[in-house]
Design a protein around this ligand. Structure first.
Ligand SMILES: *[C@@H]1O[C@H](CO)[C@@H](O)[C@H](O)[C@H]1NC(C)=O
Ligand SMILES: *[C@@H]1O[C@H](CO)[C@@H](O)[C@H](O)[C@H]1NC(C)=O
Ligand SMILES: *[C@@H]1O[C@H](CO)[C@@H](O)[C@H](O)[C@H]1NC(C)=O
Ligand SMILES: *[C@@H]1O[C@H](CO)[C@@H](O)[C@H](O)[C@H]1NC(C)=O
Ligand SMILES: *[C@@H]1O[C@H](CO)[C@@H](O)[C@H](O)[C@H]1NC(C)=O
Ligand SMILES: *[C@@H]1O[C@H](CO)[C@@H](O)[C@H](O)[C@H]1NC(C)=O
Length: 493
């Protein structure tokens, strides 16, 4: 997860809370009607940008959406927005820190045994808007007897964790909290276990005590930025997953964080399902079941009530997609968390934006299901923004001073809106072209349309967030170390 743009999310979510799959074609430039729900939600749409002058490296803006009144049918979507924005900001900050610390962890591959015959695991992915989350959620069964928990699907982190009883500090979640005492298969990981070393507190904290390596528990610490973190016991549990063919499969001894103190903006979910590259992620630990070669997901539009699938293992239907393109991941080590891509240039309206290659190379580019908007280092972002402004003015009136996002245009009353094309070009020549609704956000009823991209610090990481991935089938092919992407109406998959 990264943390810059919770604002936007909040906006998006509020806007899109009622939409189902829109009729927009993946490559048209006609915007879907996904914002029409704002009025229904009872929000008056007043956005108040509030600066939070904490010494963060990230633009510390909060967006509040005030509700008209309960009588008018107000829902929680407004506050939801602002939390999402804040959350993105925090997350990105975290990512920088995690990168700077990486390489220190002792690598250990998941202990699940390899099976000669691998099966495919499947779970439903849904937009979290209905529960106030800008992320996508998947359900997983945990414990004995198995109970169902809704977790945020995050390719930008490794650790799986659930809010755990006794809850010393937990956020609100929908559904019951995981209770280790109610599961016969719960075990603490001991502090002498090498997995324990992967989730240590930051170096600044006092060194971990481990008197009896074979019996003392492993307190873990995992953070998502200055404001989001989870601590508790690293534990082992049985996770039960659905198979694509039929039936379920119980996987014993999956390491996860039993979080007794969880702070941050993870609204609605019971915890987080890490799909990063590292050894503790769900994708890595379940390798023995699905073969570990690949997983893929298709993200429905934000706010859509439809579900789609995340599949661990090869998805033949996807592999047969005629428009499936691939680009190589950057070389990675065993303990890397992020899926780095080798982004070379950014095209706006078919022309490469003038960005020095150093700017993009400095922080690298990752693809992340747990960050909402997309981010580029400040100099690149400024150039991208200018490229849009140059091409869109004077067709649409620019709104100066709109909070957080830029450029924003007044498109009230305008019918079909045309915006310059956006595509990403990678070092191996692969191109990823996006439909307009993946990089412009339309806010109704204000009739405002904004570029859904933000800047990060100069040396910052570029992040392709989940908003930009909507309605693409995205394949993480770890066998051939490459990312696949194909346009798809995900609600129909
Ligand atoms: C697993 O499959 C069953 C039967 O198709 C379905 O009812 C259930 O919702 C699925 N569970 C998850 C977590 O996707
Ligand atoms: C796990 O460790 C915690 C201490 O961190 C302890 O309270 C709990 O009882 C242990 N659970 C089991 C099942 O051993
Ligand atoms: C976890 O986050 C909370 C809330 O932002 C913060 O007050 C606390 O200091 C953090 N804990 C650690 C150990 O960083
Ligand atoms: C690209 O940007 C650099 C530095 O900002 C500038 O020196 C150069 O002239 C620009 N090139 C073009 C083709 O605009
Ligand atoms: C957009 O333009 C219309 C008139 O075309 C105006 O009524 C409205 O206030 C403008 N909205 C914003 C946010 O500037
Ligand atoms: C796949 O690559 C081709 C050729 O570079 C390009 O025309 C097409 O738009 C790409 N597909 C996507 C989904 O970007």
């Amino acid at each position: 997860m990264a943390a810059y743009c919770s604002l936007l999310l909040a906006l998006l979510l509020a806007l899109s809370s009622s939409s189902s799959a829109s009729a927009a074609t993946p490559y048209g430039f006609e915007f879907p009607q996904f914002n029409a729900a704002v009025a229904d939600a009872g929000c008056d749409g007043k956005l108040v940008a509030e600066e939070e002058a904490l010494a963060r490296r990230v633009p510390p803006l909060k967006l509040h959406m005030t509700h008209r009144s309960a009588a008018a049918g107000a829902t929680g979507t407004g506050s939801f927005f602002l939390e999402s924005a804040e959350k993105d900001a925090v997350r990105i900050d975290t990512m920088h820190r995690r990168v700077s610390l990486s390489g220190s962890g002792a690598g250990q591959r998941g202990s699940a045994p390899r099976r000669a015959l691998s099966e495919r695991v499947v779970a439903t992915v849904e937009s979290g808007v209905a529960v106030g989350s800008g992320e996508y959620l998947v359900d997983v069964y945990v414990g004995t007897p198995p109970r169902r928990f809704r977790m945020i699907m995050d390719t930008g982190s490794d650790l799986n964790w659930l809010q755990c009883a006794p809850c010393l500090d937990c956020f609100e979640q929908s559904g019951p909290i995981f209770d280790p005492a109610a599961s016969t298969s719960y075990r603490n990981v001991t502090c002498g276990d090498s997995r324990c070393g992967l989730v240590s507190p930051p170096e600044t904290a006092s060194p971990r005590e481990c008197r009896r390596p074979r019996s003392d528990p492993c307190p873990y610490y995992y953070w998502y930025g200055d404001q989001s973190n989870t601590t508790g016991d690293l534990a082992l549990e049985a996770f039960t997953v659905n198979l694509t063919a039929t039936g379920t499969r119980r996987v014993d001894g999956v390491a996860f964080g039993c979080g007794h103190r969880n702070r941050g903006l993870f609204h609605g979910a019971a915890g987080l399902l890490g799909l990063g590259r590292g050894p503790l992620s769900f994708a890595s630990q379940l390798r023995g079941v699905y073969g570990g070669h690949a997983f893929s997901y298709c993200l429905v539009e934000h706010g859509s009530a439809a579900g789609s699938k995340v599949i661990f293992g090869h998805d033949d239907a996807l592999l047969a997609h005629p428009q499936l393109n691939y680009t190589a991941f950057a070389p990675a080590t065993d303990t890397d968390t992020f899926y780095y891509l080798q982004l070379k240039s950014i095209l706006v309206g078919g022309e490469a934006v003038n960005i020095s290659s150093d700017t993009l190379a400095a922080g690298g580019t990752i693809i992340d299901s747990g960050t909402t908007l997309s981010y580029f280092p400040e100099p690149a972002y400024r150039a991208i923004r200018q490229a849009f402004i140059d091409r869109m003015s004077p067709s649409y009136p620019l709104i100066a001073g709109f909070p957080v996002l830029s450029p924003c245009y007044n498109v009230s009353g305008a019918g079909k809106i045309e915006v310059p094309e956006l595509s990403l070009v990678f070092a191996d020549g692969a191109a990823w072209e996006f439909p307009a609704e993946n990089y412009f956000i339309r806010l109704e009823p204000e009739g405002v349309m904004c570029l859904a991209v933000l800047g990060t610090p100069r040396s910052g990481m570029s992040i392709i967030g989940n908003y930009q991935q909507q309605n693409f089938h995205v394949l993480y092919d770890l066998e051939r170390n490459r990312l696949g992407f194909a346009p798809r109406r995900c609600a129909e998959v």
